[in-house]
Write a protein that binds this ligand. Structure first.
Ligand code: T6T
Length: 314
């Protein structure tokens, strides 16, 4: 069977074979960004279901923290288990390049899920939300919530070098400039810790009594920001737009702790990641970049969009 060799984003898998190829090795490994977190749980659920459908075995490995120094040895360890393909969410856009190159050097097909390396030559495919657009959507949503009010707005990022949250902050910054009633205070890093996010928000409240809005670029920073605003009795007065839709974030949306969430579709990131890895393994055409859905949820429309809520288990 000849593979359909397309132009544009479609390319050959790089193993030098023009036709599809049924391998004996049907082992895939998913390396997430951090253990037991609803975004990655939903991603794993999507990946496992797709792997099962295709007759592949999927094993998941997770660092205890969202930290390159903890994720890199996991990647190196996976090398010796010889999977045919690895799906990985690199926690740093540079530091993971060397261990990931070891995988490709050993002939393992590598697909990025969610986060990505700066070096686009390592992975064969990357599946993620359009994060810059997500940041723009967050700015538009925050501006709408503030309405004709004036004041300062803050961005909570995780760590520099996280491709996704950096892109969200970038998209937000570009878009928020279109609203002259809002003064952009810049971004603060939270190290992906809710407690640090909470401290950053309290400090911003003290330093900027005119604070009217916060954009928290991911799950942990949003959960921490909601706690801080609640403790300061600023819930609802300072508008909070979060990213992701963990069970806790969804509860916060329902009870007014956060005014909007930009939800991703991690299960589809996982299932499409598996499809691309298998295509690469089987010598079929691979798509270099795939964007998955993003949707803004508010208290008013959240119930009709419940398919976007993240899972705690499959
Ligand atoms: O926002 C997601 C993910 O997209 C990001 O890359 C890292 O943080 C999350 O996992 C949520 O905590």
């Amino acid at each position: 069977v000849l593979a359909a060799c397309g132009g544009g984003k479609i390319g050959e898998s790089g193993d030098g074979q023009a036709g599809s190829n049924k391998p004996n090795n049907k082992k895939l490994t998913l390396i997430t960004g951090v253990k037991a977190e609803p975004f990655y749980i939903s991603m794993r659920c999507g990946a496992e279901a797709e792997a099962k459908k295709a007759g592949y075995e999927l094993n998941t490995q997770e660092p205890d923290k969202f930290e390159a120094s903890l994720q890199s040895p996991i990647v190196t360890g996976v090398l010796s288990t010889k999977p045919a393909g690895v799906l990985i969410a690199p926690t740093d856009n540079k530091a993971l390049a060397a261990p990931m190159k070891q995988l490709t050097g050993a002939g393992i097909k590598v697909v990025e899920v969610d986060t990505a390396l700066e070096d686009k030559s390592v992975a064969q495919s990357s599946i993620s939300s359009n994060n810059e657009q997500g940041g723009q959507l967050a700015a538009q949503t925050l501006a709408k919530l503030v309405g004709s009010g004036t004041g300062s707005v803050l961005v909570l990022n995780t760590k520099a070098g996280t491709s996704t949250t950096d892109a969200r902050a970038k998209g937000f910054e570009a878009e928020i400039k279109k609203y002259p009633n809002l003064k952009y205070l810049g971004q603060q890093y939270t190290d992906n810790e809710p407690s640090i996010a909470a401290q950053r928000v309290s400090a911003a409240l003290s330093a900027n009594p005119d604070l009217v809005g916060v954009f928290a670029t991911n799950l942990n920073s949003g959960e921490g920001a909601a706690t801080s605003l609640r403790n300061a009795n600023k819930q609802g007065a300072v508008k909070l737009v979060g990213f992701d839709a963990s069970p806790k974030q969804v509860d916060d949306l329902r009870n007014g702790g956060v005014q909007a969430l930009i939800a991703q579709d991690p299960a589809t990131i996982g299932s499409k990641g598996v499809q691309q890895a298998i295509a690469a393994i089987e010598g079929k055409p691979v798509t270099r970049d795939i964007a998955t859905d993003l949707v803004a949820l508010t208290k008013d429309d959240m119930q009709s969009k419940s398919q976007y809520f993240y899972k705690q288990s499959c």
